[in-house]
Design a protein around this ligand. Structure first.
Ligand code: BDR
Ligand code: CA
Length: 306
């Protein structure tokens, strides 16, 4: 059983990852922190609260940074996740409120209180994690692992030819996190582009889990339609669920140890590159995956939901 906090910009595959974590018997979900990316941070906070209420989970949600560390703010990518984050599902106001503490401070406190046990799974831009690292010199030693959905080592980008979206949206923050070294696991496009779900898979999920699986099926229609426009995938990528699964089942991934730096300017901005300066510790970069096993775990666990 792992203690987990997900830092998220919900987002359709974020919703899949959060419901997966809610269903997984080997995950104790301690809360969510929110970030801009697929949507603005206020919408991310609203959506995070809404997902927890849908899953009948009473957990803290901490509102995160609203702008990147050094880059100007940008408009969310509505063509991938819809203007409200959940495809064609309309906005709905949750009953709950975020905690008073901001996300970075919440993460710092939780890492202290669960020293050596807390696994962080950021599935959006890395601003909150970078702020926590900058504010607390003990943060990196206090956490057990930071398993990131983001980056691409050999696969090329998905938002530019060089960059994956989560890293691109705050490259400076990502560089701070990759500098943290050996506790970091990168679950990037090298593996997530190999884990695909089809319309039939989501129909099967909805058949077994009419409420929450049904919600995912409805959202996935928009996500699948976007993937169809890209033209090179048979289905949609399980980016964010893959990172959550890597937290509990690292044996399903082949990892390469290499130090990483992030390009923070120029044409390659947002690219995750091998650092050759000798000044950084190696992180674990996922380069191979047992896609069938990850996908079947995803389908099996979601079937447990109402
Ligand atoms: C990542 O970007 C977002 O669109 C997804 O939610 C995922 O976290 C994939 O590049
Ligand atoms: Ca995400």
């Amino acid at each position: 059983m792992i203690k987990l906090i997900i830092d998220t910009d919900p987002g359709i595959d974020d919703a899949m990852a959060i419901f997966y974590a809610a269903a997984a018997p080997d995950i104790e979900l301690l809360g969510l922190t929110t970030i801009f990316g697929n949507v603005t941070t206020p919408i991310a906070t609203r959506n995070a609260l809404r997902l927890l209420e849908a899953a009948d989970l009473s957990l803290p949600v901490a509102h995160g940074a609203e702008v990147p560390l050094a880059m100007p703010p940008f408009s969310p990518s509505a063509q991938v996740h819809g203007s409200e984050g959940f495809g064609d599902i309309p906005a709905e106001i949750p009953k709950g409120r975020p905690v008073a503490e901001e996300a970075a401070d919440f993460l710092i406190r939780m890492a202290r209180e669960h020293k050596g046990e807390l696994v962080l799974c950021p599935i959006g831009p890395l601003t909150n994690i970078a702020l926590a690292i900058q504010r607390d010199p003990d943060f990196v030693t206090n956490v057990k692992r930071i398993v990131i959905m983001g980056g691409s080592f050999e696969e090329g980008g998905n938002i530019t030819p060089h960059a994956e979206a989560n890293i691109y949206h705050d490259p400076h923050a990502a560089d701070v996190v990759f500098a943290a070294g050996s506790k970091v696991v990168m679950v990037g496009l090298d593996v997530t582009h190999r884990i695909l779900c089809t319309q039939e898979d989501f129909s099967a999920i909805a058949g077994q889990s009419p409420e929450l699986g049904g919600m995912l099926q409805k959202m996935s229609e928009f996500y699948l339609a976007f993937y169809a426009t890209v033209g090179k995938f048979d289905g949609c990528s399980l980016h964010d669920p893959a990172a959550v699964i890597a937290c509990t089942n690292p044996e399903l991934f082949e990892m390469r140890k290499t130090p990483i730096r992030v390009a923070c300017e120029g044409e390659e901005i947002g690219a995750t590159l091998a650092d050759t300066t000798g000044s950084r510790q190696a992180v674990s970069v996922c380069m191979g995956v047992d896609s069938d096993a990850v996908k079947s775990l995803f389908l099996k666990r979601l079937a447990l939901l109402p």
